[in-house]
Design a binder for this molecule. Structure first.
Ligand code: PAF
Length: 282
């Protein structure tokens, strides 16, 4: 397995990996790899001959009061996990390799970041789209794998690939959950043991809402409000829980048949922000 810190050596290694028509899958990460990431790596291998994992805690996607400084960094451990997962190349650049002190171009997003995490984390998706573009240009993968857990990110990348004409097949990995249903996330490491016991409550609330919808409840406001109150009583602070159109990422009004929706939530438990979602097709 190659480990590259610079763009030049990465490009050179990619050139070698791509010989004889070999296909490359990219799994972009911010490190602190957990079984969810490893399942994305396995998925990548089903679509390509070589899997490249990028590990970069991207400063551009953190707000001034967010957890950039405390975000878990475990490069040595991550490298071991990648080696075991038969990754061909780990790209782990320093910040200066990716960003100049001064930049003249930014990415602007219309509408797709108005709701969900885009509403509560200004600048977040601009930072994500910027780094993902850079990674696409550096690695030039045939396939890119992202998880469903960050569904808004996934949908925006899908649209960006189309609009920016990246020649990349996008693949979605399903949400990897602990036995009690909690979606795996590097940020789960922030949870105290008591919070960790409470945390699966978000998924249970989403599952309850999904069940009600599937059994015919199509006016969802009261249903969702009730679940929010229940979660608040358990100590969660609600950022949002709602239904959104999968295509536009706008709030869903009255639900309609043959439409796809995202039932998504973001909540705080102490200092930890948890997100989760369920895809619903009526
Ligand atoms: O989903 C993530 O971990 C990050 O947003 C990504 C795609 C690696 C960009 O930094």
């Amino acid at each position: 397995m190659d480990i590259c810190k610079t763009i030049d050596e990465t490009r050179e290694t990619i050139r070698k990996l791509k010989t004889e028509g070999k296909r490359i899958a990219l799994v972009p990460t911010m490190g602190a790899l957990h079984p969810g990431h490893l399942s994305l790596i396995r998925l990548g291998r089903r679509y390509a001959d070589h899997v490249v994992v990028s590990i970069f805690v991207n400063p551009a996607q953190f707000g001034p009061n967010e957890d950039f400084d405390t975000y878990p960094r475990e490069l040595e451990e991550d490298i071991k996990k990648c080696r075991k997962a038969e990754v061909s190349l780990v790209f782990a650049p320093d910040k200066d390799e990716i960003y100049d002190d001064e930049s003249f171009f930014t990415i602007r997003i219309n509408r797709m970041n108005e709701q969900m995490c885009g509403a509560s984390r200004p600048g977040f998706f601009e930072g994500v789209m910027l780094i993902v573009n850079k990674l696409f240009n550096i690695i030039t993968p045939d396939v890119a794998v992202f998880g469903q857990k960050d569904i808004q990110q996934f949908q925006m990348i899908s649209r960006m690939i189309e609009e920016f004409n990246h020649d990349i097949e996008l693949v979605m990995g399903s949400i990897h959950r602990a036995n009690d249903g909690l979606a795996l996330s590097s940020r789960n490491a922030y949870l105290s043991s008591e919070e960790r016991t409470t945390a699966p409550g978000l998924y249970r609330a989403l599952q309850y809402i999904e069940k009600q919808i599937k059994s015919g409840v199509h006016k969802t406001t009261l249903l969702i409000d009730h679940q929010k109150s229940e979660l608040e009583a358990k100590g969660f602070k609600i950022d949002y829980i709602n239904l959104f159109s999968l295509k536009t990422l706008q709030l869903a009004g009255t639900l309609q048949h043959n439409q796809k929706y995202i039932l998504a939530g973001a909540v705080w438990l102490g200092k930890t922000r948890l997100i989760d979602n369920i895809l619903i097709e009526l």
